[in-house]
Each structure stands twice: as C-alpha cells, then as structure tokens.
Design a protein around this ligand. Structure first.
Ligand code: HEM
Ligand code: HEM
Length: 184
C-alpha cells in the first residue's frame, strides 16, 4: 500500500466576492475603530458598507455557483449534517461556505444593513437625538465586531481542520486542498 501526499485546487471565490469581502472588512473596521462618529465620513463609509451588502445580495442570485445563496443557504438539514460530520471526526469539506459559517455570514450581512438603517434614522428630523436609537446603533456595531472576531477565529481553526488556507483563498480565490491518498 502506497501513501502519497496530494493537493487539489478548486477555484471558489470570484473577483467580485473577494473585492466585496475585503472592502466590507475595511469599511466596518475603520468605522468602528478609526472614524469619529460625528464625522460625515462615518455616514458615507457606513452607507458604502450597506451598498456593498446590497450588491452581494444581488450577486447571491446571479453570481457563479459558490457565490449563490442556493449553494450554501444554511437549512436545518445542512447544519445538522455538517455538525454530525465534525463530531464523527470527518472534516465535512465544503468547497464553498460551510452551513455554520454561512449562518454567521448572513447574520453579519443583516447587521450591516441594520446599521445603515439605524444610522440613517438618526439623521432624520423624526429620530434626531433619540437616545434609544443611538444605543441600538452602538449595540448593533458591537455585535457586528463580535461576530467578525468569531468569524475570523473560525476561519483560522477551520483552515487547520481542513488543511486548507481559507484566508489565502479569500485573497487568491483558490482553495488548495492538502491530503493523502492511499493506493495499492
Ligand atoms: C469586519 C470584519 C469582517 C466581516 C464583516 C466579514 C464578512 C464576511 C462575509 C460576508 C463573508 C462571506 C463572503 C461571501 O460569500 O460573500 C466572509 C467570508 C470569509 N471571511 Fe470574512 N469578514 C470579516 C473579517 C474577516 C477576517 C479578519 C478574516 C481573516 C482572518 C476573514 C476571513 C474570511 C474567510 C476565510 C472567508 C471565507 C470562508 C469560507 O471559506 O467559507 N474575514 N467574511
Ligand atoms: C458599518 C456600519 C457602521 C458602523 C460599524 C457604525 C458604528 C458606530 C459606532 C460604534 C458608533 C458609536 C460611537 C461612540 O459613541 O463612541 C456610531 C455612532 C453613530 N453612527 Fe454609526 N456605524 C455605521 C454606520 C452608520 C451610518 C450608515 C450612519 C448614518 C448615515 C451612522 C450614523 C451614526 C451616528 C449619527 C452616530 C452618533 C450616535 C450618537 O450620537 O451616539 N452610522 N456608529
């Protein structure tokens, strides 16, 4: 029996997804950590993040296979199967998003849109200076950054489990799978 190392490359993330991802990361992190909330720039960067998410939603219907919601939408059955795979020691490899990662991803998209909405509302006469809205906006921002931390940590852990550098894949678009094959 011969045990040989093998690699398999899969083109998963198209250019739109990669540009979308790193632009969204830049908008969210700079708005949270760098830009003062009083500045008009905060509002423009926040709207830019919302527009990116809206464009991603459209791409989820018309983009290539792994960009489509139908490829990774986290149905209860998909989540159950994925967790069962992980529990049994299998890697539960997915070329696109795994269902648990997809759940967090969709939650982040929803929170970015909610930030855009609650941010906009604060600029209107009706809601100007409303304390509860400011607090809601701030709470959504903290939730988003907490999700993003969890998401980045999961990307590192899953890279080890899957023996695939998932972060590099989000830069190059290509997942390089390392594994072993056994042949007689
Ligand atoms: C504010 C910070 C972040 C946000 C809002 C965010 C959001 C997202 C979203 C929406 C996706 C899905 C991409 C798509 O299909 O369109 C995604 C995927 C991904 N992100 Fe992030 N991300 C953030 C930070 C990071 C960081 C810091 C890393 C690296 C450590 C990272 C690594 C990845 C990877 C590897 C994937 C693909 C996961 C897979 O292979 O299924 N993200 N992210
Ligand atoms: C990625 C999207 C966004 C993030 C991460 C974000 C984050 C934050 C955070 C953390 C604060 C509180 C800062 C502090 O009090 O120290 C804040 C405040 C504020 N944001 Fe945003 N924001 C986003 C989008 C927007 C948008 C689109 C608008 C409006 C068009 C907006 C308008 C405001 C306003 C007016 C405040 C001040 C509230 C107050 O007086 O306490 N934000 N934002």
């Amino acid at each position: 029996m011969k045990n040989t190392a093998c690699t398999r490359t899969v083109h998963v993330w198209d250019r739109f997804i990669r540009v979308f991802h790193w632009s969204l990361v830049a908008c969210v992190l700079t708005n949270f950590f760098v830009i003062d909330d009083g500045e008009a720039l905060h509002q423009w960067v926040g709207y830019a993040a919302s527009v990116l998410v809206l464009a991603r939603i459209v791409w989820g219907f018309i983009g290539p296979r792994h960009a489509r919601f139908s490829d990774f939408f986290p149905t209860p059955a998909r989540i159950r199967n994925h967790l069962a795979d992980l529990r049994s020691g299998a890697t539960g490899l997915h070329d696109g998003h795994n269902p648990v990662g997809a759940l967090v991803m969709l939650a982040m998209l929803a929170v970015v849109l909610s930030l855009g909405l609650t941010g906009y509302m604060q600029t209107t006469d009706t809601f100007w200076g409303e304390k509860w809205l400011q607090e809601l906006h701030e709470m959504l921002a903290s939730t988003l950054v907490a999700f993003a931390g969890l998401h980045a940590a999961a990307a590192i852990v899953m890279s080890r489990i899957e023996r695939t550098n998932l972060i590099a894949a989000m830069i190059t678009g290509v997942k390089v799978r390392r594994g072993r094959t056994e042949s007689l």
